[in-house]
Design a binder for this molecule. Structure first.
Ligand code: CS2
Length: 494
């Protein structure tokens, strides 16, 4: 039987609830109404924000979420037949707990139903538009964080502002309608792994609005609040094996369950003039300035993740838990955080060391099948905030950045698209064609390969390619990766 509102009222599910192996929403889906539109309804949102909202809907029923997928209708197709319910399977070495989430009440496929989405966003009930569209969904230049005005989706949306396809274009179109209707703006809450994600979202939407050249509307958009958030939960992509695991626990077919870890963290800047649900009552931390938390998480967690994913993949580790169980990689990542990242952060060292230890334990969670290949995706969008900012800080204070540079060199080795056994690597990146061409032209010579990839200024900015010490450190690592391979390189440096 398929998961659905009726199925979770059945005797068999109620039995599982009474034994504590399954948790259900503490509200009826008919009793809640939407207050949030979420753009990008992927696994991350369903494991993170939707779970927080699910916990507060019983007492605050006018904050349900309507999701929108901007690219593919697959989430809608999977969830619609099951009344948009899905299972959140929370896993670690001690076992799996299943929680049925009901916070998402509908999913709109933006490609098929663009005008309903914009109409909904322009309705008075919607007070928050949140987004998880991944780094590339912002259509920006990663090195500067500015809107990429030549991005094909932005060019399209500026020419057709009423039929937008990009996230900035959709937000701008909905704000235009709200302005025309005399409604106050919704608050835009970014939940992506970008530095100052709210500021970045704000800069991009405001620039987009400016380019539409309508003064009154531009002023209105200037008044929109874009609080930044730090979001954290590890969420591997769901596999068919996961569907089986969930079926065994809940006794129902769930077309798209989400697998995650017990840990979850959400820090939010408290600027919601149109109102917000009491996120603080369900575990979120409301603060005035989220930047120190974001910096800590991006540099410690995501910086380690990216370094581990390229080196792990090249050394033959499929999952993060396998990579971190490799003593060389463990020592490298421990050293990277302790010696090179922590000194760049504003928090007290003992707190950061405790955070590091907690991260190392989370990476080792054997129940999470988090593929190194998954994290290796979209490196051009991730390197600046995960590794390069830390490297700049270290260079400025004349300190070593040897392990961080190995992460960058491993990315360079990875994007050549050929692994150490000579097999192809499926490199997923919005710039993959260009990277491939740069790598092919350079050939397997470390100097030429590094020189060639450093020309991608959207990633490295104008400064890093001209820094001799940066170039040399990265090139030496790359030489070693090409000559002796990842495992031996790690052994030598760790
Ligand atoms: C990961 C993140 O895929 C990736 O790039 O580093 O998704 C990571 O798992 C999350 O940021 C954890 O909060």
């Amino acid at each position: 039987m398929r998961l659905s509102a009726a199925a979770i009222r059945s005797a068999s599910v109620q039995d599982l609830v009474s034994t504590g192996s399954v948790t259900l929403p503490d509200y009826s889906s008919d009793a809640v109404t939407p207050g949030i539109v979420h753009l990008g309804i992927g696994a991350f949102h369903r494991a993170h924000m939707a779970a927080y909202v699910d916990s507060l809907l019983g007492a605050n029923p006018d904050w349900a979420i309507i999701g929108a997928s901007l690219r593919r209708p697959d989430t809608r197709d999977a969830l619609a037949p099951q009344d948009f319910l899905y299972t959140l399977a929370i896993r670690d070495a001690s076992g799996t707990k299943a929680r049925i989430i009901g916070a998402i009440r509908d999913v709109i496929d933006a490609n098929a139903d663009r005008s309903s989405l914009i109409e909904l966003m322009a309705s008075p009930a919607i007070r928050i538009v949140s987004l998880t569209v991944t780094e590339k969904g912002y259509c920006y230049a990663p090195a500067t964080g500015e809107l990429d005005e030549a991005h094909p989706d932005i060019v399209h949306d500026l020419a057709h502002p009423d039929a937008p396809i990009s996230a900035p274009g959709i937000i701008a179109a909905a704000l235009r309608l709200r302005h025309a209707r005399g409604l106050i703006p919704f608050t835009v809450m970014s939940c992506d792994n970008l530095p100052s994600n709210g500021k970045t979202a704000g800069r991009i939407v405001k620039r987009f609005a400016e380019l539409l050249s309508d003064t009154n509307y531009t002023k209105y958009v200037q008044s929109v609040q874009f609080p930044s958030t730090m979001i954290d939960r590890i969420v591997p992509a769901t596999t068919d094996a996961d569907r089986e695991i969930v079926k065994d626990i809940i006794g129902l077919d769930d077309a798209w369950p989400i697998m995650t870890e017990p840990f979850t963290q959400w820090v939010i800047e408290d600027r919601f003039p149109a109102g917000r649900p009491p996120f603080e009552l369900v575990g979120a931390t409301m603060v005035e300035d989220v930047e120190p938390f974001e910096l800590m998480k991006l540099r410690m967690l995501n910086g380690s993740h990216s370094t581990m994913s390229y080196l792990g993949y090249l050394s033959g580790h499929q999952y993060v838990s396998e990579a971190i169980a490799d003593p060389g990689i463990y020592q490298l990542i421990h050293g990277l955080m302790t010696e090179e990242v922590i000194p760049t952060l504003p928090m007290p060292r003992p707190d950061l060391e405790a955070y590091r230890d907690q991260l190392l334990a989370r990476f080792a969670n054997p129940a999470l099948k988090h593929r190194t290949w998954q994290i290796a995706m979209d490196g051009t969008q991730k390197l600046p905030q995960r590794l390069l900012g830390t490297i700049r800080d270290r260079m400025e204070s004349g300190k070593s950045f040897n392990r961080l540079a190995l992460g960058v060199a491993a990315w360079m080795r990875y994007v050549t698209g050929i692994d150490e056994q000579g097999k192809p690597i499926d490199v997923k990146d919005p710039l993959s064609a260009r990277l491939r061409q740069l790598a092919d032209t350079a050939g397997p010579d470390a100097d030429q390969l590094a020189t060639s990839l450093l020309t991608v200024t959207e990633v490295f900015g104008p400064d890093l390619p001209t820094s001799q010490i940066f170039r040399e450190t990265v090139t030496n690592h790359l030489k070693s990766l090409l000559e002796v391979g990842a495992a031996e390189t790690i052994r030598r440096i760790a």
